[in-house]
Design a protein around this ligand. Sequence first.
Ligand SMILES: Nc1ncnc2c1ncn2[C@@H]1O[C@H](COP(=O)(O)OP(=O)(O)OP(=O)(O)O)[C@@H](O)[C@H]1O
Ligand SMILES: [Mg+2]
Length: 267
Amino acid sequence: MGKTKVIAFANNKGGSGKSTTCSNVGYGMAMEGKRVLLVDGDMQMNLTLSFFPEDRALEIAKGKKNLYEALRAEADLTDYVMPTSYTGLDIVPSSTLMSSIEYELFSKWEREQILSRCLEGLVTSEKYDYILIDSPPTLGGWVMNIMCASDFLLIPLEASPWGLFGLANMFNFYGQAKRIAKDIDLLGVVITKADERKNYFKETSKTLSELENVYVFRNYIRVDSAVEWAQDNSMPVLAYKKNSRSAKEYYALAKEIIENADRKKQH
Ligand SMILES: Nc1ncnc2c1ncn2[C@@H]1O[C@H](COP(=O)(O)OP(=O)(O)OP(=O)(O)O)[C@@H](O)[C@H]1O
Ligand SMILES: [Mg+2]
């Protein structure tokens, strides 16, 4: 593994906190002095919308400088990087056209490795300490591409009655990815949208703690309305309201992720 660590944020369950976690962990890592690139791999453009207002995001989606265009051209992603308003934090934005990415990939040579090839220049240049990739809530050829391009998988999991449903599918998919992906390693599961007063938070924590070989991050993220206010202002909550509860939790999580990724990398 080179110096740059690539982390996939994935969970086939929709609304589990992937995009929110990705944007805030990226921001938290940049606060720690890390150079971070975010890659928005979802047609919903939620990661892009965490940094750009809607009209700008739509302009990007229609333009030439987004992930969809890069993948179609099988181009080096270096030319598709955009700065955010924050030091140490860049982004490759998405496009609504990513909706047809499965179809686009179908006819390509070694189609699971397209994103890996597009990222190669950025990874070998070691320009970034971390590259964080946000995934859509699916498990197909495109998310397999994300797995193949990543050193680590991080699974945000919503503490809700249906949060655990489907996690077995995610683990199965990860198992398949390990057969063709470059040494991808499960970094861990992050519990999101937790409400400690509710039973299913305790149930989710208990079930996860019983799984073998699955690290559950000490820092979990509780429900906090500041998250939505921040998103309404096209900002990560860490930038919008750094003293809010979720901002502090995300910052602590970012530090825990850095620690764990460093430790795993040495092995
Ligand atoms: N800690 C939190 N407190 C309150 N609301 C939250 C929190 N985290 C996320 N949300 C809200 O939950 C919803 C889903 O979060 P998010 O978009 O990050 O999930 P996702 O897994 O990326 O979804 P998708 O599968 O659609 O890509 C969003 O509306 C977001 O504002
Ligand atoms: Mg998302």
